[in-house]
Write a protein that binds this ligand. Structure first.
Ligand SMILES: Cc1cc2nc3c(=O)[nH]c(=O)nc-3n(C[C@H](O)[C@H](O)[C@H](O)COP(=O)(O)OP(=O)(O)OC[C@H]3O[C@@H](n4cnc5c(N)ncnc54)[C@H](O)[C@@H]3O)c2cc1C
Length: 346
């Protein structure tokens, strides 16, 4: 199916088209050989290509056995008022895993994936507003020019099949301490736009997470968008460490965003981590300690030590607490090395 989709995407097929297929019987060689053989064939007109040009049919709002599929935010919020126990569901890549294990199958769901207002990307002079329903695949296609740091993250977020469905709102909605977009949005100082029948409110991402999978969002509220300030002077990098490079959950993810002046002094700093606490977190005290400093070897070492001293991660089946701490200090050092590399190449 992945090769089928890649074939009709009209670009040369590569390993990226077949990522996410974890093969435990025939091995990868046969799959890669099939990819190469397909690449050698001409891609002519056929009935699938003709059908793709027709686009998706516009279907009315629908309901099926406690599964609601509205077309507008207003309809979705009204449904939530009528069925307060119903859960929002977007790409279903998180909730679907539960459902496939027989959990939540008797629940009610309000699907958000056909609401056009959640699919918008609006570029303003001061910020870019990304609809909660925008998928990771669209973020890769449409946002990397504005937010180049996404290129550090998206290739390592799940695999292509999941990225076609997984949404920005679903990653925030899950509020997992290892949700990969969350340290990135914290470091970019994003705001979250929430909507309920009472109206809209905007919360700073920095205040949003209150405990393990707990947030300031009320149950009747929907995440409608995220606003990311435009700040081209920020030097932002994201790093994800997992056991496997692709299609794996983070052991630790970190995102660093510094602004330096012409003399190399730190004017602003945001250091954010996932996988090291009950919530994705920023380290405001360490950030404050960086202000006005030059990134000398002593400062970099001192900050690495402060990062390690500020965190108290847990050990679990993925990694020990000690390993996670070592990663956090080392990722900071790696970021500074990368900054120096960027200066040299500029
Ligand atoms: C194989 C696989 C690999 C994965 N790899 C990664 C990875 O590398 N990194 C990573 O971070 N995650 C990963 N995930 C998890 C998941 O794909 C992401 O968290 C994704 O962003 C969830 O988006 P979704 O639209 O599918 O959410 P859904 O599953 O639809 O919903 C997730 C949660 O968010 C809530 N929600 C959804 N939309 C809204 C909204 N607009 N407002 C309020 N609440 C909302 C839902 O009620 C639910 O609680 C992976 C999942 C799978 C199955």
């Amino acid at each position: 199916m992945s090769l089928f989709a890649g074939w009709y995407a009209d670009a040369p097929l590569s390993d990226h088209d077949i990522e996410g297929n974890l093969c435990r019987c025939t091995g990868y060689r046969a799959i890669r050989t099939a990819t190469e053989q397909l690449n050698a064939l001409p891609r002519g007109e056929d009935h699938f290509r003709a059908r793709l040009r027709e686009g998706l049919p516009v279907l009315p709002a629908a309901e099926l056995g406690g599964y609601f599929s509205p077309l507008s935010i207003g309809e979705a919020l009204a449904l939530k008022q009528q069925h307060p126990d119903a859960q929002w569901i977007a790409g279903a890549t998180d909730l679907g895993v539960l459902l496939s294990r027989g959990k939540g199958t008797d629940g009610r769901y309000i699907a958000l994936d056909r609401i056009a207002a959640l699919q918008k990307i609006e570029r303003r002079s001061s910020a870019i507003e990304i609809g909660a329903g925008v998928t990771l695949a669209r973020m890769a296609d449409e946002l990397i020019d504005h937010l180049p740091v996404l290129a550090d993250l998206i290739p390592w977020f799940a695999a292509k099949q999941v990225r076609q469905r997984a949404t920005l709102g679903g990653n925030i909605g899950g509020a997992s301490p290892i949700g990969d977009l969350l340290p990135l949005l914290l470091a970019l100082d994003a705001d979250i736009v929430l909507r309920s029948l009472e109206g809209e409110r905007v919360l700073a991402m920095a205040d949003y997470f209150t405990g393990y999978r707990q947030t300031l969002r009320r149950d009747d509220e929907m995440i409608v968008a995220v606003r990311v300030p435009c700040d081209t002077a920020l030097q932002t990098r994201f790093y994800k460490i997992a056991k496997r490079q692709t299609d794996d959950i983070s052991i630790v993810a970190s995102c660093f965003a510094l602004r330096l002046n012409g003399e190399g002094l730190v004017l602003s700093a945001r250091l954010a981590f996932g996988g090291v606490a009950a919530t994705p977190i920023r380290l405001p005290r360490v950030e404050a300690a960086l202000l006005g400093k030059r990134l000398s070897a002593e400062t970099v070492d001192d900050i690495a030590q402060q990062i390690v001293a500020s965190l108290a991660p847990l050990s679990d089946h993925r990694a020990s607490a000690e390993y996670r701490l070592a990663l956090c200090g080392n990722l900071w050092r790696r970021y500074v090395d990368d900054l120096r590399g960027m200066e040299v190449s500029a």
